[in-house]
Design a binder for this molecule. Sequence first.
Ligand SMILES: [Zn+2]
Length: 57
Amino acid sequence: MSCPICGKATEPKYRPFCSKRCADVDLARWLRGSYVIPGDLAEEEDSPTEDPAAPHS
Ligand SMILES: [Zn+2]
């Protein structure tokens, strides 16, 4: 059996993954299927100050 994330040999300690990292990756993927994790999207929300569409008040 090989790691479903990277395909390396499975480590019994982290079965069915090869390492904790891959286990975390799989967990993150699984969690994203249930709800959105604020991480990658958080940076995009921090928009720059210059916004041509924003009206001056
Ligand atoms: Zn792996």
